[in-house]
Design a protein around this ligand. Sequence first.
Ligand SMILES: [Zn+2]
Ligand SMILES: [Zn+2]
Length: 293
Amino acid sequence: MATPAAKTAAEQAQAALKDATATKLVLLGTGGGVGGLGPRRTRKMTSHVMLSNGAAYVLDCGLGVTDQYALTGIPFSALRSIFITHHHADHNIEYGPLLVVGWVNGMHLDVRAFGPPPLKQMTEDFMRAYKTTVDFWAEDFKMKPLVAVEVKEVPAAGAVTQDDNVKVSAIIVEHPPVKPALGYRFDFKDRSIAFSGDTAPFEAVAKMAKGADVLVHEAMYVPALESYTRDEIAKGRPVKFEDVMAHMKADHTPVEDVGRIAQEAGVKTLVLSHLVSATDGITNDTWRAAAAK
Ligand SMILES: [Zn+2]
Ligand SMILES: [Zn+2]
């Protein structure tokens, strides 16, 4: 038998999910933003899946979500609901493709989607754009075509949905100019998982996550972000250093503040995700030490 160290992350996830009786969370993508693509970035864009009682709940659909989902070994037929925190590309760009590719791979037609407006319109527009593609497959494989997905828009804080496994609620977070940008809390029967979404340091996140088993919070490591931004500008990215940093500070949470928010919330486990910068080179220890301050 291979040693655990020799196992890939996908193999570890598959092993942990196989025969799982408790609710599981898998981080499918932990890199924030759409930048830094290429060999220096091995982190995928933001996406997560929670598996509870055989049903899968996806939160955010960054580039790579479909492949990453498949790598966990969770069947597409298990996919019950998709949640979007906000309409930045690193959170929604693969939402439509997940639906179409998922459908061909066994996703049920009663899958539901939740997210800020105009998610309903976006879904309808995507379905219209891909009707020809879907129809070819439906004809070829004698499948019932994917024509629509039930969408419930989440324009404000409060209860989002509830089924036999989970109760989901949302808050509005601080991520200008995106309105609304959401954080979510999932209360499963055996554990609760809160997601900050993309936000500047925000008390409402600590309040939402109060007493949760797990808080998945976005995190930015400012020294690495500064050197990354200077690098990009030197390579010709047409932006000013001060403008980029001002935007990042208004919209995202330095990792030191994440530690404080998790402490206020009294969560059992803090998970850092949506790491900025997303490029490789910041060690796990660096992230952990900064959050622990
Ligand atoms: Zn983001
Ligand atoms: Zn964002």
